[in-house]
Design a protein around this ligand. Structure first.
Ligand code: YSA
Length: 337
């Protein structure tokens, strides 16, 4: 539509401006439109400048109408500019250079926890342990009771957890996110007779305050060996050999007495980190009560078990200063592995 002679100049300008704005189909056309209608020497500014030549009562009405039009045109321009940017109309036709050689897409990689776990599992597999995967959502009975940790045992407090269904009316107790991989011990032993020699990797969860060496979610690798005549010497030999393979022969290793209700005796193992000790695992000789819970004869069989944290091992092996990097999803960290 074009303006008619009977229209006042402001209405005529509105009609013309709206018509031309809707026809502007490129960034250049939009800029020309802005200069022509809203620019310092544009048509609207011209009308505003001429207001002085009008009589006072006409000037007031025309001034208000011209300012209203200015607001309308500015809003319409912004809207059109945003829409055209969104649709890509602002890009020149040659913005994409189809002759550029292809670039290699950024490759993904294995998570550092997966990498260190595979390395650790390889070490144990070469020592004769078979890998078995387990479940992250666990029954209270396997996570605690079968491991000689009854409901009122203080050791439960140390592994406060995330419950899926705590008040379930069942002989298996509640359902929880496992706090340790140790429930794989009774699960495996229920399924097979000795000899047993397995490692079981997987995620664990604890409701705990985080710091540089503690996360609320982390991995463990459980190890279990049961046979006739296994002794504490077998436990120490296995864990020394594991440490030698992962950290090298020169790294200092320390065993200390520790308590876990499902072993007797119990130990933990720490690795030297520039003069301070960082614990990487708990271990011990399987408690006779755990063996009888699964129907093994504790007079005939003995066993050793351990639970090692791969993220802690990675901290020590690669000099990572904070365990919370592992699950913060920061590519600057993840892409270094
Ligand atoms: C003990 C005796 C056995 O016969 C078998 C297994 C065990 C280990 C026991 N189940 C346990 O969970 N002990 S632990 O609480 O000391 O954790 C073992 C290892 O898991 C720790 O040494 C550490 O490496 C890792 N870990 C534990 N809590 C962690 C953690 N890693 C990161 N964040 C946490 N919050």
């Amino acid at each position: 539509m074009t303006s008619t002679a009977s229209e006042d100049p402001i209405s005529a300008l509105r009609t013309e401006a709206v018509e031309q704005l809707s026809a502007a189909d490129s960034a250049d056309a939009l800029e020309s439109w802005r200069v022509e209608f809203l620019g310092r020497k544009g048509k609207l500014t011209g009308i505003l400048r001429n207001l002085g030549s009008l009589k006072p009562d006409q000037r007031r009405a025309a001034g208000a109408a011209a300012n209203r039009l200015k607001g309308e045109l500015e809003a319409a321009f912004e809207e059109k500019l945003t829409a055209s940017k969104r649709s890509g109309a602002s890009q020149p036709a040659d913005a994409i250079d189809v002759t550029l050689p292809g670039r290699r897409p950024r490759a993904g990689g294995l998570h550092p926890s997966t990498q260190i776990m595979r390395e650790m599992l390889d070490a144990f597999n070469e020592m004769g342990f078979q890998t078995v995967e387990g479940n992250e959502v666990e029954l209270e009975r396997y996570n605690f009771d079968m491991l000689n940790i009854p409901a009122d045992h203080p050791a439960r407090d140390m592994q406060d957890t995330i419950w899926i269904d705590r008040d379930r009316d069942s002989a298996d107790g509640g359902i929880l996110l496992r706090t340790q991989t140790s429930p794989m011990q009774p699960r495996i032993m229920e399924q097979q007779d000795p000899p047993v020699r397995i490692v079981s990797p997987g995620k664990c969860f604890r409701f705990e305050a985080t710091d540089a060496t503690h996360e609320w979610q982390f991995h463990q690798i459980e190890g279990l060996a049961v046979d006739e005549g296994l002794s504490f010497a077998d436990l120490k030999g296995t864990l020394y050999e594991f440490a030698r393979r992962i950290f090298g022969a020169d790294r200092k290793v320390r065993f200390r007495c520790d308590f876990f209700p499902f072993v007797e005796p119990g130990v933990d193992m720490s690795i030297d980190w520039d003069g301070r000790w960082v614990e990487i695992l708990g271990a011990g000789m399987v408690h006779p009560r755990v063996l009888s819970n699964v129907g093994y004869d504790p007079e005939k069989y003995t066993g050793f078990a351990f639970g090692v944290g791969p993220e802690r091992v990675a901290l020590l092996k690669y000099g990572i200063e904070d365990i919370r990097h592992f699950f913060s999803n920061d590519l600057r960290f993840l892409s270094q592995f």
